[in-house]
Every structure is written in structure tokens, then in C-alpha cells.
Design a protein around this ligand. Structure first.
Ligand code: ADP
Ligand code: ZN
Length: 606
């Protein structure tokens, strides 16, 4: 970033502006401000204030009565009424009959508002500006001017009170953090042996898995102050500002030790300093300052730095070397058990029917992060409110999973009859191919109600438990299932539609991974042709092979998908009758469950 040199303005210049603003303020704002607040009240209030002898001044006109209370602090107004004995009663209450009750405020207050307040605001602003300018000119002495404050939010245990129990699942992460809690409780135990805690702990995992929560929970369990700041907040317009923020943060933290400092999105400052594109001075200075601070403090001064990132591969190695962020705690997407636990934790905040089976819901929400699961619970509660119920049912939860996956139902999207029929066949095509291959997961639900995500229908497949390994056969079957939709269109209508674009994408991804990453082709054996770049964010890959090999890979991918496509077509042709019956049934009902599907498939029609 280029430093901006700004010419030093003569002092008189500022005084000029001060005067000008004061003048303007008095002209424009003062008339508005100095109006005393007139409070409109009903006649009853007026009468009871008379009874309480709480009327100071009063002015009765034809249409309205304006009066003040005894202290004269507030001016009230009420409409005039037919009230014969009013004058006597007012007199008896000791009210003073006045003409033109002053609706302006006391001179002292008005002086404060019209003169002192703008002065204070302006001087504050002027100081801020001049510091900014000095900052740009000199840079160095920023601390002495109070600039470059870290702005870290301090959470004390009582305000948030998040404990390990609030973070469901993530047992491994909790275990490795428990040691830090123990250290903060009882540092002597560690110093006696001569052990020193890691200064920095890096929480690594996909977004929404509870990294921030875990950091807060460590502070909550240890009952120490919690400083939180996001890496992006360090990156400032002006070179040197970020570094001074780091200095300030650590100064504050050392004062409050023992404490936790949490730096979210540390990748914003901790990116590899590769020197490309001319480098980024500000970020590098900030990172250097952070490294210096971490090296500077003694191992056992009680400041523990937790940092979170979802792109650990992009961090500068200097940051992760021993003595800095040398402990890495993976915070992965929750498994089946974890999902169930997270759902239950969040379900405590809402009213849920007794018969809700969270195990099923957790199974349906495979691949969801903690944040998504929290969202699913909330969507379900909203849905219950929308339909006027007081407890959340299992159907609400199921629907909200679909909302989170596929978007809201598009109530007014009207498919033509023919389109609807094609979609019905397409979805049954997927489900039937899946069901006829023994290794595929059973279908949970098939629907042809359009969604806001653009999906015209979908088949929801649910695994029985968590799957950590997939066989080659299973991946092939999955590819066949993806091609099943298009295959049904071909078999039944002899024509193909655009409805399969997502299927095509998924099938290709799987096939490519089989060849380039899982070593599942004869030709390339166990050679990696692709590397995953950021495993936590979408997992895009980059090729690591020669152009010739790329050509070969492309050919192989096509071959593989084609073979599975043929297999799917064959399955559907062989089961044409079932296909027709099921598609007709889905066309009529629009949504069918896996149970209904299996019943018809096994020939037990109702
Ligand atoms: P991250 O920092 O990893 O992006 P957060 O800690 O900010 O994720 O989590 C976001 C929200 O998701 C939390 O406020 C919480 O409601 C929910 N959440 C995530 N993981 C969990 C979990 N393991 N248990 C309970 N709630 C969770
Ligand atoms: Zn499809």
C-alpha cells in the first residue's frame, strides 16, 4: 500500500471550521433541540394530576389545555372538554394560571446542547483527524496517540458462559483443549515439572463446526477473560496499523493474564509470505509483529492464544513452527453421533414433540455442520409457528432439512403436465437404479415439488450409519444411480432434457476422483494425479500430471461414466413395469416415502 502524504494544515484552518460548524449548528439544529418536549396525555391524566395537586402552570384555551407538573420539568397537553367545575378545581389545587407556557428548555440546558455539545463533538473529531494524519506521516508513534487500538472484544466468563457441555460432539477436540483448561486452573502443576504449555493452539476445520464456541468454552471452563478478534480486523488501510493493533492486543492480554486470546480467521494475516505480486506490506508487518509478540512472552505467563482457520494449508510455516502455533486441534464435521448430539443440544431451546426421533433426523442430515444443524432446528421451529402449532414435530424437522438442502418449496411454480411426468420418471429412475443395486443406500424420500434452489425434484438417500470407507463397487453404483435419472428419460421418452445437469456434475466428480485420487483404475495404479487444495472449503483440486496423462484421464472418466450409464439403462429396461407403476404413483402423490417406494417395488400394492 502506498503511504498517503497529507499536507499539514495550519491551526487557524481548524478554528475556522469550528466556528463555521458552530454557526451552522445553532442556525439549523438549535430551534429543533430547544423545543421542550410536549407530552400529549388524555384528559383523565389531567384530572388525576389536579386531584394530586400536581399542576404547576396551566393555560386553558378553546381547543386545548397546556400544563406543567409541579416541578415544571415537563409540559403536557390535552384536549379541552366540557368541564364546568374545572376552573375552581384548578384553583383549589394550587395551579398557577399562565399565559403562553414556555415550551423551551432551561437556559442552562440549551447552552449545553447548542454550544458545549457541538464543541465537544468537534474537538473530538478534530483530534481523531489530526491523529490519522500524524499516523500517516510518522507511523511509528501511533501508540502514544491511542490509535491502533486492538478493539478486541473482552468476554468475561459470566457474560457468555459457554461451557464444554454446550459444544456437542467434537470429543477429541475437547480432550486436547481440556489440558489447557487444566493448565489455566493450576499452572503450578506444570511449572513444577518444568513443562510449558503451547503458546498457541490452532483450531482447524470447516466453517460452522464450532471452533469459536470451543474457544469460548475453554475460557468459560477456565473462568478467565476471553479476548476475541478476527484476523481481518488487523488488516488496515494504513501500513503499521495492524502491527500496532497486535501490540495493543498483547499488552491488554498480559495485563489480564491468565486469559485466552482468540484470533478468528487467522489466515487473513497468516498467509504464506510468498513475495509474489510485490507482497503486501501491511499484512506482512502485522504477521511479523504477531510472531515477535509470541516469541517475546515467556512460556508460562498465562496468555494462551487460540486461533481458528479453515485453510490451514495457506498458513505461513513460520506461524506453525514449534514455539508458536505448534498444537493443531482438528475440528471436523460431526459424525452421525455428533450430529444427533448437536441436534439435541439445540432442540433444548425449542419445544419439540416427545416422539421426535433425532437419530433419523441426524441420519438425514449427513454432511451437515453444527451451524447448519442449528439452522435446521430453527427452521423447524419457524415452520411450526407458521402453521400455528406450539410444538415442533418430526415432519417440521424433516421439511427443514430439505429447506436447508434444497431451498423452500416453490408453491406457485407450475410445471406443465408433460414436464411433471418427465420429472417423476427421472426421480424414480434414480431411486430404482439405487434400489436394484444391492450396495446402494435405500431411498428415504422422493419428491417432485419444485424448490427455490431450482431443483424440480429429488431423491433423498440416507446411509444407515457413518461411512468411512467406500469400495470401488459402491462408488460405481453411486455413479450409476446419478445417471439413473437421465437413463429413465431415455428409456421412457426416447428424449433427453436439461434436468440432469447436477447429476452429470456429481457423477463426473466421483469418476474423476476414482481415477486421479483413489487409484481405482488399472492404468494409473496408485499414482496421485490430483491434489486437493483446500480440504475444508469445497475441496477443489489441481492436476499434477503431464498434458498427455490429462488426456488419458479424461478418456478414462468418460469411459467409466458411460459404462455406468449403460448399466443404469439396462436396469431400467429390465424393470420397465415397476418404473411405470412407481412413476405414475409419484406423479399422483408428488411426495412419497422410502417405505411406500419399497412396498410398490416389492409388489405389495395397496
Ligand atoms: P466456526 O467458528 O467453526 O465457524 P462457530 O463456533 O461460530 O463455528 O459455530 C457457529 C454456530 O453453530 C454456533 O453458534 C452453534 O450454534 C452451532 N454449532 C456449531 N458446532 C456446534 C457443536 N459442536 N455443538 C453445538 N452447536 C454447534
Ligand atoms: Zn437427477
Amino acid at each position: 500500500m502506498k503511504e498517503v502524504k497529507s499536507p499539514r494544515k495550519p491551526l487557524i484552518y481548524y478554528y475556522g471550521i469550528v466556528l463555521l460548524v458552530l454557526l451552522l449548528f445553532n442556525l439549523l439544529v438549535t430551534p429543533l433541540l430547544s423545543q421542550r418536549q410536549v407530552q400529549e396525555v388524555d384528559y383523565g391524566t389531567f384530572m388525576s394530576m389536579i386531584d394530586e395537586k400536581n399542576i404547576g402552570e396551566v393555560e386553558v384555551s378553546d381547543s386545548s389545555i397546556v400544563f406543567t407538573d409541579k416541578e415544571g420539568t415537563t409540559v403536557y397537553e390535552t384536549g379541552a372538554m366540557e368541564d364546568p367545575g374545572l376552573t375552581e378545581r384548578l384553583y383549589a389545587s394550587g395551579a398557577v394560571f399562565a399565559k403562553d407556557i414556555e415550551r423551551t428548555m432551561s437556559p442552562v440546558l440549551s447552552f449545553l446542547l447548542t454550544f458545549v455539545l457541538p464543541m465537544v463533538i468537534f474537538i473530538g473529531l478534530g483530534q481523531y483527524m489530526s491523529k490519522k494524519i500524524l499516523q500517516q506521516m510518522g507511523g511509528k508513534n501511533s501508540m502514544s496517540f491511542g490509535m491502533g487500538k486492538s478493539n478486541a472484544k473482552v468476554y468475561v466468563q459470566s457474560t457468555e458462559g459457554i461451557r464444554f457441555d454446550d459444544v456437542a460432539g467434537e470429543d477429541e477436540a475437547k480432550e486436547s483443549l481440556a489440558e489447557i483448561v487444566d493448565y489455566l486452573h493450576n499452572p503450578k502443576k506444570y511449572t513444577d515439572v518444568g513443562a510449558s504449555m503451547p503458546k498457541g493452539v490452532l483450531l482447524v476445520g470447516p466453517p460452522g463446526t464450532g471452533k469459536t464456541m470451543l474457544a469460548k468454552a475453554v475460557a468459560g471452563e477456565a473462568n478467565v477473560p476471553f479476548f476475541s478478534i478476527s484476523g481481518s480486523e488487523f488488516v488496515e488501510m494504513f501500513v503499521g496499523m495492524g502491527a500496532s493493533k497486535v501490540r495493543d492486543l498483547f499488552r491488554q492480554a498480559k495485563e489480564k493474564a491468565p486469559c485466552i486470546v482468540f484470533i478468528d480467521e487467522i489466515d487473513a494475516i497468516g498467509k504464506k509470505r510468498d513475495g509474489q505480486y510485490g507482497g503486501n506490506d501491511e499484512r506482512e508487518q502485522t504477521l511479523n509483529q504477531l510472531l515477535t509478540e509470541m516469541d517475546g512472552f515467556e512460556g508460562n505467563n498465562g496468555v494462551i492464544i487460540l486461533a481458528a482457520t479453515n485453510r490451514p494449508e495457506s498458513l505461513d510455516p513460520a506461524l506453525t513452527r514449534p514455539g508458536r502455533f505448534d498444537r493443531r486441534v482438528p475440528v471436523e464435521l460431526p459424525d452421525l453421533q455428533g450430529r444427533e448430539a448437536i441436534l439435541k443440544v439445540h432442540a433444548k431451546k425449542i419445544k419439540v414433540a416427545d416422539d421426535v426421533d433425532f437419530h433419523t433426523i441426524a441420519r438425514m442430515a449427513s454432511g451437515a455442520s453444527g451451524a447448519e444443524l442449528a439452522n435446521i432446528i430453527n427452521e423447524a421451529a419457524l415452520r411450526a409457528v407458521r402453521s400455528g402449532r406450539t410444538v415442533v414435530s418430526e415432519a417440521d424437522l424433516e421439511e427443514s432439512i430439505e429447506v436447508v438442502i434444497a431451498g423452500y418449496q416453490k408453491k406457485n411454480a407450475v410445471l406443465s403436465d408433460q414436464e411433471k411426468r418427465v420429472v417423476a420418471y427421472h426421480e424414480i429412475g434414480h431411486a430404482l437404479v439405487a434400489a436394484m443395486q444391492s450396495h446402494s443406500a435405500p431411498v428415504q424420500k422422493i419428491t417432485i415439488i419444485p424448490r427455490t434452489s431450482g431443483a424440480l425434484g429429488y431423491t433423498m438417500q440416507v446411509e444407515e450409519g457413518d461411512k468411512y470407507l467406500m469400495t470401488k463397487q459402491e462408488i460405481e453404483n453411486k455413479i450409476a444411480t446419478f445417471t439413473g435419472g437421465r437413463a429413465a428419460e431415455e428409456v421412457v421418452f426416447g428424449e433427453i432434457t436439461t434436468g440432469a445437469s447436477n447429476d452429470i456434475e456429481q457423477a463426473t466428480k466421483l469418476a474423476r476422483a476414482m481415477i486421479t485420487r483413489y487409484g481405482m483404475s488399472d492404468e494409473f495404479d496408485m499414482v496421485a494425479m490430483e491434489t486437493v487444495n483446500n480440504q475444508y472449503l469445497g475441496g477443489d483440486t489441481s492436476l499434477a500430471c503431464s498434458a498427455d496423462t490429462q488426456k488419458e484421464i479424461d478418456r478414462k472418466v468418460v469411459e467409466l461414466v458411460k459404462a455406468q450409464h449403460e448399466k443404469a439403462k439396462k436396469i431400467l429396461q429390465e424393470n420397465r413395469e415397476k418404473l411405470d407403476v412407481l412413476a405414475e404413483y409419484l406423479y399422483e402423490k408428488e411426495t412419497i416415502t422410502g417405505g411406500e417406494f419399497m412396498k410398490i417395488l416389492n409388489g405389495q400394492e395397496e
